[in-house]
Every structure is written in structure tokens, then in C-alpha cells.
Ligand binder design. Structure first.
Ligand SMILES: Cc1cc2nc3c(=O)[nH]c(=O)nc-3n(C[C@H](O)[C@H](O)[C@H](O)COP(=O)(O)O)c2cc1C
Length: 450
């Protein structure tokens, strides 16, 4: 790696913060969830700190229990990102869309539009969804089996890439004199045919500034890692310990290299939930303040949804009962992480709920700005991360603490940019523009799994 390598910072936006009880904190403005000016302020702060990108997760369901105790019912991510595109200038805009409950044509069109509107700042967090509750909003009783979801995802992304590439660079001629609007030799039919999709194309949006959105992936199971190695340019992942993070990092870079990709073209960004105080003591107090607002009944509902097993009858002061992890259809790698965390640290259910409340299994670090910067620098310099997915437990105050105390410390250490050097999201991440599959004559390559 060269001496100028700098880390990448993505802000994972949960409107009130990632802690389950963040909405109850006295400093939280609970009206913010559907108040656009709240999101505009947040985006402006992140952009002023020169972060690479903003990221919005998504889930295609809610429940009466979830809304009773948890803040939910906010904006659909791509709609919100589209609005944010016009009030920001440089920061990347990453939205989550599921391949299990969408069609490639609609998705390709929406992301091409966002990329145009934002001047090349769009990114897609590709997920396959993982719960029966979501399946029940799309004509199914159960979420499709894990491997089947990833197979559909592979074909889905393959088809979306053909759609984005169906317009080559330079296809738009717009010659008024000759009456030629586009060079049709540079506009291609996709003629995609596979088990899940039949798509003629071309896309009805012309080529966008980045050609296609930055492709981000956020699943860490075996299927997820293979999928990431094939397509992802950035990977969001939950890693509890340095050793696990380093082994995940090496594994993904190796898998990408085995597919003929350059390892530095796939960025690994573990989640980080910082709780920051000017002293250790102050940071601990902030952590306890949030912990006191936790409702274990709600936390158990959330945990049950996450792992796909009903744990609501569990005794809080006993160990987690054994879970058949191999049978998980939904979020497999996260379930493994949770079970391993409870086993390794011998946690009772109550203790586990507290550990998960702040970041759902992502790494939490409590301490001074220097302590947090030390941890980030260690992971970054020692082959465990190319940057981080920043997940403040409390937005009110906690986001400012990170942007005003930790980011300047990283800049002082030369670990983070002081100014944007590019304009597109791919440029922020230091990644090359992908080759157009039609221009390269690779469009009719069929994957073995399709
Ligand atoms: C940072 C991050 C963000 C994620 N965002 C979402 C999301 O918005 N919606 C979703 O259904 N799953 C989301 N996931 C879950 C993953 O898509 C995936 O289901 C999970 O990591 C388990 O992966 P696996 O099924 O490959 O084991 C996210 C995961 C991570 C690490």
C-alpha cells in the first residue's frame, strides 16, 4: 500500500441514532423522522466534514409491536436520497434496495436517475432481504431460501449492469442539423434471458455520470462473500473483534483476487458505533444513559426478527438457548455473530440485549476521541479495514462528537482527507470507472449460476 492511503468514512444514517432507545433520549427531536430539514442538516454536517458518503438501510416491513416501542415509519431511502441529491454537492448517496422484491429494469432506472441528479454520487447497497415479515408483503408466506435468494441476486445485478451499460459513453449525439439525437450503434438491446428475468432493453435513461452506481454489498455468509467478491466495490460488514475483522478482510481480498479482480478495488468497511466523551468517564455515562432507556421486551422482539426464531419467551437472566444456526434462512452471518458473542463472553440474554442495542452486533467503542482514533488507525493500518461505516448510537450530540472530535483527530494523523479531490462517489472511494460490458464485448457472457 502506498504512503498516502487514507481511510474512507461512510455515515450509516439512522435518523435518531443506532441505539434502540435513541428516540427516547431527552436531546432527540422526535419530529425529525419525516422532517426533511432534519436530514438536510445532517447531510450538510457530514459533507462539511468531507465524509465519503451517506447510507440509508431499508426493510420492507414493519409490525404493530415494532411501531409500539421503536421509532419507525420514515422515508423510503431512494426517495429521500433523491431529495438530498439536490441540496448537497459532493457527498456520496448510498441507498439500500432488495433484489428479492424488485425488478432489474425499475431499479436500474431509479439509480440511473439518482446518478444523473446527483452528478455521479449514487451507490446501491445490494441486499437480498431476510425475513418472513417482508415476504408477506410480496405475495409469499416465507422468505425464499438463502442460496436461492443469492442466485436471484446474481442474475439481478448481472441484468442491471447490462441495462446501465446499454448506453455507451458518447451515445448522445444531439446533432440538431442532421436530426440525429443518439448514435444507435452505441445503444444496445440487452436481450437478457435467465431463470428469473427476461429483459429486452435498452434502458430508457441515458448513461449516467458514473455509468452505474457504486455497488455495495452487506451480507457476510458464504453466499454473501462469494457474491461480494464477484460484484461489490465496497462491503459493509459487522465485525466484533480485530482478529475476526482481519480474517474477513484477507478472505474477501483473496476471493476477489481469485476472480481476477484487484484486491484494492474492493473496499472493506466494518461498522463502528462510537460513544465519545472528553474523558472515559463522560463516555461511560453517555453509554449508561442510553442503556437505562432500553425496553427489554422490544429488544427481544427485535432480536427474534433478526435471527428468525421466536425468543420472546426467553428468561432474561439466563444464557441464550441454543439456536440451530445452520437452519437460518434469513440473516445468517449476523445470527452466527450474535450466537458467538453470547457464547464467547458468557452473556445472559439481558446482557446480550444491552450489547446489541447500540449497534445490532456492530463493534461499539466507548472512550475519548484519541482512543477511538487509535482503534480506527490500528484496524486500518493492520489489514482489518479500508475505512468504517460510522453508526453513532445517538444522533443528537453523538454525530457532532464524531465529526467535531474524531474526524479532526484522523485528519491530524493524515488518515483522512481534508478536502474532496473528486466529484463522484467512485472518485471519493478511489475506485476506477467499470468497463462497459457492451463496449468490451462481454455482454452476453452467461454466469454458470444463471
Ligand atoms: C452495514 C449493514 C447494513 C445492512 N443493511 C441492511 C438493510 O438495509 N436491509 C436488510 O434487509 N439487510 C441489511 N443488512 C443485512 C445484510 O444484507 C445481510 O442480510 C446480513 O448481513 C446477513 O448476511 P447473510 O445473509 O449473507 O448472512 C445489512 C448488513 C450490514 C452489515
Amino acid at each position: 500500500m502506498n504512503a498516502l492511503r487514507q481511510m474512507h468514512l461512510n455515515l450509516f444514517v439512522q435518523p435518531f441514532g443506532h441505539h434502540e432507545a435513541a428516540w427516547r433520549h431527552p436531546d432527540t427531536d422526535v419530529n425529525g423522522l419525516l422532517d426533511f430539514s432534519f436530514f438536510r442538516r445532517l447531510a450538510h454536517k457530514a459533507e462539511a466534514a468531507k465524509l465519503d458518503s451517506l447510507f440509508f438501510a431499508d426493510r420492507l416491513s414493519t409490525s404493530r409491536d415494532a411501531v409500539r416501542y421503536g421509532a419507525s415509519g420514515g422515508y423510503e431511502p431512494l426517495t429521500l436520497l433523491t431529495a438530498l441529491a439536490v441540496v448537497t454537492k459532493r457527498i456520496g448517496l448510498i441507498g439500500t434496495v432488495s433484489t428479492s422484491f424488485n425488478e432489474p429494469f425499475n431499479l436500474a432506472r431509479r439509480f440511473a436517475s439518482l446518478d444523473h441528479l446527483s452528478g455521479g454520487r449514487a451507490g446501491w447497497n445490494i441486499i437480498t432481504s431476510g425475513t418472513d415479515a417482508e415476504a408477506r408483503n410480496f405475495n409469499l408466506e416465507h422468505i425464499p431460501e438463502h442460496a436461492a435468494r443469492y442466485e436471484r441476486a446474481r442474475e439481478f445485478v448481472d441484468a442491471a449492469i447490462k441495462l446501465w451499460d446499454s448506453w455507451e459513453d458518447g451515445a448522445l449525439v444531439r446533432d440538431k442539423g442532421k436530426g440525429i439525437y443518439a448514435d444507435s450503434d452505441k445503444v444496445h438491446e440487452c436481450n437478457h434471458r435467465g431463470p428469473h428475468f427476461a429483459i429486452k432493453g435498452p434502458l430508457n435513461v441515458s448513461r449516467s455520470p458514473q455509468g452505474r452506481p457504486l455497488l455495495v454489498q452487506a451480507g457476510s455468509s458464504e453466499n454473501g462473500k462469494e457474491f461480494a467478491a464477484e460484484f461489490a466495490e465496497a462491503i459493509f460488514t459487522a465485525q466484533q473483534t480485530f482478529e475476526e475483522a482481519r480474517s474477513f478482510y484477507a478472505d474477501l481480498k483473496r476471493r476477489a483476487a481469485a476472480r481476477g479482480r484487484r484486491p484494492e478495488h474492493i473496499l472493506i468497511l466494518p461498522g463502528l458505533c462510537p460513544i465519545i466523551g472528553r474523558t472515559e468517564e463522560e463516555a461511560r455515562q453517555k453509554e449508561e444513559e442510553l442503556a437505562e432507556l432500553l425496553n427489554p421486551e422490544y429488544s427481544l422482539i427485535m432480536l427474534s426478527q433478526r435471527v428468525g426464531f421466536d425468543l420472546t419467551g426467553c428468561k432474561l437472566d439466563e444464557p441464550l438457548p441454543p439456536l440451530p444456526v445452520g437452519e437460518v434462512r434469513g440473516h445468517r452471518s449476523r445470527t452466527e455473530l450474535i450466537v458467538e458473542l453470547a457464547r464467547r463472553e458468557r452473556l445472559t440474554v439481558r446482557q446480550l440485549l444491552h450489547r446489541l442495542a447500540g449497534g445490532r452486533g456492530h463493534r461499539t467503542v466507548t472512550g475519548t476521541p484519541e482512543h477511538i482514533a487509535d482503534m480506527m488507525e490500528h484496524w486500518f493500518r493492520s489489514g482489518a479495514a479500508d475505512g468504517f461505516n460510522i453508526m453513532p448510537q445517538l444522533t443528537a450530540g453523538g454525530l457532532d462528537d464524531f465529526l467535531e472530535l474524531v474526524v479532526p483527530e484522523l485528519k491530524r494523523r493524515g488518515l483522512f482527507r481534508t478536502e474532496y479531490s473528486g466529484t463522484t462517489l467512485r472518485e471519493h472511494y478511489g475506485l476506477p470507472q467499470p468497463e462497459n460490458v457492451f463496449a468490451a464485448g462481454r455482454a452476453d457472457r452467461q454466469r454458470s449460476s444463471v
